[in-house]
Design a protein around this ligand. Sequence first.
Ligand code: NAI
Ligand code: COI
Ligand code: MG
Length: 368
Amino acid sequence: MRLKVAVLAGDGIGPEVTREATNILHAVAELGGHEFTFVEGLIGGVAITDSGSPLPTATLDAALDADAVLLGAVGDNKFNSLTPDKRPEAGLLQIRQALGGFANLRPSVAYTALAGSSPLRPEVTEGVDILFVRELLGGLYFGAPRRWNKETNEAINTMRYTRDEVVRVARVAFELASKRRKKVTSVDKANVLEVSQLWRATVTEIAKDYPEVTLEHQLVDSMAMHIMNIPRNFDVVLTENLFGDILSDEAGVITGSLGMLPSATIGGAVNLYEPVHGSAPDIAGTGKANPLGAILTAAMVLRHSANLEQDARAVEQAVLKVLEAGYRTADIARKGENVQLVNTQEMGKHVHQALAESIDRRQAMHAV
Ligand SMILES: NC(=O)C1=CN([C@@H]2O[C@H](COP(=O)(O)OP(=O)(O)OC[C@H]3O[C@@H](n4cnc5c(N)ncnc54)[C@H](O)[C@@H]3O)[C@@H](O)[C@H]2O)C=CC1
Ligand SMILES: CC(C)CC(=O)C(=O)O
Ligand SMILES: [Mg+2]
């Protein structure tokens, strides 16, 4: 299997967690006899510092030429005074648009070993396995007009969706739900927003093609509460760009940390893979960053871009094993628990070791 991965590590903890994720991909390639190649590119604050642009042409070309793009995170407080179109985050929005992936898959799984790491009671988080399908190319982040008029003290952003944009992401959600627990919860604000009424009507129409899947609608405000109270009720959660951004970070509480959450964006010319978290400037350079979200993102690369489902599962199992063995970065270590505190690199090494053992075992079984 050949795979060319563009690695855009970005800012803050981006390079720290991406290093561990690419190490895991290297290990899978070596252990499985695959040919993975890696091309690096600048994006975000580091790219602005280097060339003045948050998404240089060379980076975009490398991304478009790759089979998969693995991105760390962007964002640096030193650019906070810039307008949104010049900030590091603009580079991220631009690359998302250029790659064209519209369905951002964000799984949120409660690992038994981390039951003590969530502030939610174990009986609430037990068995939770939610897949957020977040629309990634529409809504407020991309709608025009957008501006801040400093003379009139008026600012505007536009939430806009077309029926076709809703249809294509809804289909992804229903297809995935039909292979899971057959339930889609569509989240909107249809009691207030016309855009949400279009969203709701369109999702209801698409649901007719999937009679085996149950569809329910929830308003985003009460959904924010339900996710904390009854997360087990949800299977696939389909929503628009901003609501999905917020709700999926909230779901980090279920797993114990935002640092545990991976994502994959599909549907475009090249799939884009990023952990859900940002550049975490508060812990950058301290070795405290949890690399497991990025490593689980690498598993999604194997699943969605390399068709290596068995290896994707092996990476996920290796993460589970390491958690069960009691290794914890600071964000998932709970006081009083008998666990071993490790830094970013050590966590990556433990996953690597667990992965090598399981792939060795698999190969030994095939050899018998
Ligand atoms: N995909 C991306 O590149 C994203 C970039 N950002 C950018 O990141 C910067 C910081 O934003 P915040 O709101 O602070 O969000 P953030 O996700 O960077 O951090 C939120 C909190 O979670 C913690 N955290 C995040 N990832 C962690 C990890 N892997 N291990 C341990 N703890 C972790 C941080 O230390 C912080 O306390 C901003 O510039 C923002 O625009 C934010 C979200 C996504
Ligand atoms: C930094 C933003 C552009 C987006 C964001 O927070 C996200 O996609 O999770
Ligand atoms: Mg976010």
